[in-house]
Design a protein around this ligand. Structure first.
Ligand SMILES: *Cc1c(COP(=O)(O)O)cnc(C)c1O
Length: 391
């Protein structure tokens, strides 16, 4: 049913399965296992000769509905769901790489992903080189004969650096590696990396796919061939998305297109206003013409998304004042929520980096990241004005 339907329709309807009761809204299948009509049917299911559910570590109709809907939105042959975004990233590497192989990754990726690559995978003989997200040629230089995976996020967190997905995908292909894109910030509504040459898309469904800060979830998407290895890891190791979380995510995805449009609209308006504030020295938002990669961002994303970063004059003290003076915004590192969240990256999400590493990466002490929610932008401006007036 997914052929020729628009994203708005797929978000609402793709993947819906009905039980014998013909429910309109999707049922939640809270069961750990499934029964067979006969010994012969059990044997056929286990051998794979007959499709169907066996055990909820690796198949459950609620999870299948979530996977089918997300695959339709990303234009992927197959989606494999996971308990969290980090489980999805781990499964990608465990399913596709082996000891002695190498990853080239953007240095501007989620902190836990860097920890996973460096500190955990490193112990099992998979090594990683970190490179600039904005210089495709650096990826070519970092590739080795044993490089199997390129990994990036675009736009990056918190500086909203934009990677040229088409160019890096071409270099990955020439280097004999797969390109995986963590598409958490854009979601398939704003950016579809598989259409730009990426081989794998990864999601933390915890963020915009849920959209209301309720559950953890993750997903890996790509060709049937590539996803076979990822699925085998899931089936064997068990970092499974629960049926309950799948059901919550499925409902969240129905409003994903209208939420992403509203997040982007609010973020652009807030970013434009911030640029005019005298106490703000710099605003980073891909949707602003002043963004260093505005043209590239607009060539691969339909809108700028919901994440805005800005630098206050006066360093950490000033940034903390702005944050502490908010009454509406939630001071939390989470993002992708209907509620606006505000964070000081240098002392929270990026505090594991040394001051030198942060300085090299451009994450200053005056930097604030806002994940713009769906409240009135006028109220959000007033929330920031209070602190900006004090610095
Ligand atoms: C949150 C996040 C993750 C990790 O996802 P969890 O669901 O928290 O495990 C990975 N990548 C990005 C870009 C994220 O924002």
């Amino acid at each position: 049913m997914t052929n020729n339907l628009d994203l708005d329709t797929l978000a609402v309807r793709a993947g819906t399965l009905r039980s014998q009761f013909q429910e309109h809204s999707e049922a939640m299948f809270l069961t750990s296992s499934f029964v067979f009509g006969s010994a012969a049917e059990a044997a056929a299911r286990f051998s794979g000769a007959e499709p169907g559910n066996i055990y909820a570590r690796f198949t459950n109709p609620s999870v299948t509905m979530f996977e089918t809907r997300l695959a339709a939105l990303e234009g992927a042959e197959r989606c494999v769901a996971f308990a969290s975004g980090m489980a999805a990233i781990l499964a990608t590497v465990m399913g596709l790489l082996k000891a002695g192989e190498h990853i080239v990754a953007s240095r501007s990726i989620f902190g836990s992903t860097i920890q996973l690559f460096n500190n955990i995978l490193g112990r099992f003989g998979v090594t990683t080189s970190l490179v600039s997200p904005t210089e495709p040629e650096a990826w070519r230089r970092a590739a080795q004969p044993n490089t199997k995976l390129f990994f990036l996020e675009s736009p990056s967190n918190p500086l909203t650096e934009v990677s040229d997905i088409r160019a890096i995908a071409a270099i990955a292909r020439e280097s004999g590696a797969w390109l995986a894109v963590d598409n958490c910030f854009c979601t398939p509504i704003l950016q579809r990396p598989l259409e730009m040459g990426a081989d794998i898309v990864i999601h933390s469904a915890t963020k915009y796919l849920d959209g209301q800060g309720r559950v953890l979830g993750g997903a890996v998407l790509g060709s049937k061939t590539l996803m076979e290895g990822v699925y085998t890891f899931l089936r064997t190791a068990g970092p499974t998305l629960s049926a309950f979380n799948a059901w919550v995510l499925l409902k969240g995805m129905e409003t994903l297109p209208i939420r992403m449009a509203a997040h982007s609209r609010n973020a652009l308006e807030l970013a434009t206003w911030l640029e005019a504030q005298p106490k703000v020295s710099r605003v980073l938002y891909p949707g602003l013409p002043s963004h260093p990669q505005h043209d590239l961002a607009m060539a691969q994303q339909s809108t700028g998304g919901g994440i805005v970063a800005f630098e206050t004059v006066g360093g950490k003290e000033a940034a903390w004042t702005v944050i502490d003076q908010t009454r509406l915004m939630s001071i939390t590192a989470n993002l992708g929520d209907t509620r606006t969240t505000i964070t000081h990256p240098a002392s929270t999400t990026h505090s594991r980096m040394t001051p030198e590493q942060r300085a090299n990466a451009g994450i200053g002490d005056g930097l604030i990241r806002i994940a713009v929610g769906l409240e009135s932008v006028e109220d959000l401006k007033r929330d920031l004005e209070r602190g900006l007036a004090l610095i």
